[in-house]
Design a binder for this molecule. Structure first.
Ligand code: ZN
Length: 451
């Protein structure tokens, strides 16, 4: 099939793809503890059936020691053809009313902007149906050997890393296609090539043996909460750039996100400044960010006129692609230990070291994907980063060390609002991504990277 034939085929398939998308949005498959199990199981069953019908006749829910099962299946391609693993996840984020939804999150709703709204519409049901559509383009007989892995607990404590470690042979392949990403803006194709890592620690600041009367001692006696606040404030300069000596930074030379898109996508309050300086892409993907994500101290309801002797904060730092988590955390810990005001006692407990991920962009699979994406969108594909971390990628890399990675999807950053209220997807992004995935499989099968 040439590109026009594939595009024609995909446009004929789109009504069915959208029907499946809407069917799946209606299932509240929240795998978080405390939510009902039944919808997650139903989501697994319905998804499994869709993929069996699309050609993965041997797909099944896999045995896992605990949690919701991943779905795995294989379609044997022509002898000697490359092996591609298609990844997506079938669980979704919760959608509590206090997030401020303007339509019911579990009722797929097409609005005037042409987008389809609902929890999971983008993350990652759009990825699921992109794989379905790709299979249908080839009537379930793709030109490569295709393995399918659909995770059931991506949004919560994942069990997939352990599953991959226990069954690395299932993941032997030439290329992983992770369909849980998106372009920065609709219609502007971009591959995700860099993901930040994530380190965290808990800092405890102590100044007094016990609480003190603030009238009797306030003034000369140091208060731990104020000391902690001053310590935290040293992590940034006045503009909000990270000031920790020794943390890694790099330069982002891929596509950029405008301040305007960032503001609307993040719902930053009108009049509140963005933090940091320089291009937004650099701030998101090539420089570290540091935030206090929790504080333990007296709450207002039980507060009295007392100087607080001890305060604790959990600090999370996103680290840049290519950096080593332990050295980055060393730098953060050293900063905290050396910047407390008034010689307050500081103790730091290290709690997390999750590595960043850099996609190799010099292999034939990546070249084929880039060309396929450019062809599908009719304009050159760029490269974007992702501020979040996906630890699974490292695990997959260990299972198939020579395999390449392609990270893309229909979840455009500017408008999809994944994990927030009014999540949505633009059906044209799904359509073009199915064209891209189909072209990719054909290119891989033909052994042609780029033109
Ligand atoms: Zn996702």
């Amino acid at each position: 099939m040439d590109k026009d034939q594939i595009s024609q085929r995909v446009s004929e398939l789109m009504p069915g793809v959208i029907e499946d998308l809407e069917k799946l949005i209606a299932i509240p498959a929240i795998a978080f503890p405390g939510y009902p199990e039944e919808p997650v199981r139903q989501m697994g069953d319905v998804t499994l059936q869709m993929f069996r019908d699309a050609g993965f006749t041997n797909a099944q829910l896999m045995d896992v020691p605990s949690g919701y099962p991943p779905i795995y299946g294989e379609i044997e391609g022509p002898p000697g053809s490359p092996v591609v693993v298609l990844y997506a996840h079938y669980d979704v984020q919760p959608a509590p009313p206090e997030q401020g939804w303007t339509s019911d999150p579990w009722t797929p709703t097409r609005k005037e902007d042409g987008r389809i709204y609902g929890r999971g519409a983008a993350d990652d049901i759009s990825g699921l149906v992109s794989h379905l559509g790709t299979l249908r383009v080839f009537d379930g007989r793709p030109p490569c050997t295709v393995k399918l892995i659909l995770e059931g607990m991506e949004e919560t404590e994942s069990n997939l890393e352990a599953f991959v470690e226990a069954h690395p042979e299932l993941f032997a392949c030439d290329l992983f296609v992770i369909c849980d990403m998106g372009n920065l803006r609709v219609g502007e194709p971009a591959l995700t090539t860099a993901l930040r890592g994530d380190v965290a620690c808990i800092v405890t600041v102590r100044t007094l043996e016990h609480p003190l009367h603030s009238g009797v001692f306030g003034g000369p006696a140091p208060d731990a909460m104020m000391a902690l606040a001053r310590l935290l404030s040293t992590l940034h300069d006045d503009e909000g750039n990270v000031t920790i000596a020794g943390v890694s930074e790099s330069v982002w030379d891929g596509d950029d996100l405008s301040e305007e898109d960032l503001r609307s996508s993040a719902d930053v309050l009108d009049g509140v400044a963005l933090t940091g300086s320089g291009p937004v892409g650099g701030r998101l993907w090539a420089r570290p960010s540091v935030n206090a994500i929790g504080i333990d101290m007296t709450n207002i309801a039980t507060s009295s006129n007392v100087l607080i002797p001890e305060a604790r904060a959990k600090i999370s730092m996103r680290i840049v692609p290519g950096s080593e988590p332990s050295t980055e955390l060393d730098a953060l810990v050293a900063h905290l230990e050396s910047h407390a005001p008034w010689d307050a006692k500081v103790e730091v407990q290290r709690t997390k070291e999750a590595p960043p991920f850099l996609v190799a962009t010099d292999g034939p699979g990546y070249a084929a994907a880039r060309q396929a994406l450019s062809d599908a969108f009719g304009r050159p594909a760029g490269e974007a980063g992702c501020g979040g971390s996906i630890p699974l990628l490292r695990t997959l890399q260990q299972a198939a060390p020579a395999a390449e990675f392609v990270l893309w999807g229909p979840e455009d950053v500017a408008a999809s609002r994944i994990h927030a209220s009014d999540e949505s997807v633009d059906p044209s992004e799904i359509e073009k991504l199915i064209v891209a995935q189909s072209l990719l499989l054909q290119r891989l099968a033909a052994g042609t990277g780029s033109d």
